[in-house]
Ligand binder design. Structure first.
Ligand SMILES: [Zn+2]
Ligand SMILES: [Zn+2]
Length: 132
C-alpha cells in the first residue's frame, strides 16, 4: 500500500511525506467517508487536527482525496480506489455508495466557463426503504 501511495503522490507532483502517507493509510482503512475527528483517532503518528486539515486540502486539490459533506455541518474525506458518490437517508443517516458520476460533463463545463475543473462533489438525499 505504501508503495502505491508513494507513486500516487509523485505522479500528482506532491512530495512524499510520512504525514501524507499516514493520512492516506488511515483514510483507506475507513473504506467510507470520514471526518477529520475520526481520522485523528486512527492515524498512526501524532498529527494535530489543523495539520491533518491542511494536508487533506492539498490531497483534495490534487484530486487524490474526495471531499464531500452530508449536510450535517462537517466535512468528510474519502480515499476512493474507484471514484463514486453516495445516497444518504435523511431520516436514519444510512449511506450507500452509488456508481453514478457527473464527471463526463466536466469538459463541457470547462468549455462554457473557462474554468479548469479539478474536482467535484455530488451526493443524493432521500429516504431509505426502511424509513419511507
Ligand atoms: Zn433510513
Ligand atoms: Zn464523480
Amino acid at each position: 500500500m505504501e508503495y502505491m501511495y508513494n507513486e500516487l503522490l509523485k505522479t500528482s507532483g506532491l512530495s512524499v511525506t510520512q504525514q501524507r502517507l499516514s493520512i492516506l493509510n488511515a483514510l483507506s482503512n475507513f473504506n467510507q467517508p470520514a471526518t477529520i475527528e475520526q481520522l485523528a483517532q486512527t492515524i498512526d503518528i501524532h498529527i494535530n487536527t489543523s495539520t491533518i486539515y491542511r494536508s487533506l486540502r492539498v490531497l483534495v486539490d490534487a484530486g487524490i482525496v474526495y471531499q464531500t459533506d452530508f449536510r450535517d455541518g462537517v466535512s468528510y474525506f474519502e480515499f476512493q480506489e474507484d471514484h463514486h458518490h453516495h445516497v444518504v437517508c435523511t431520516s436514519c443517516g444510512k449511506q450507500e455508495r452509488i456508481d453514478v458520476c457527473i464527471g463526463t460533463h466536466v469538459p463541457k463545463i470547462e468549455k462554457s466557463t473557462g474554468y479548469t475543473i479539478t474536482n467535484h462533489m455530488l451526493e443524493f438525499f432521500g429516504l431509505c426503504k426502511n424509513c419511507s
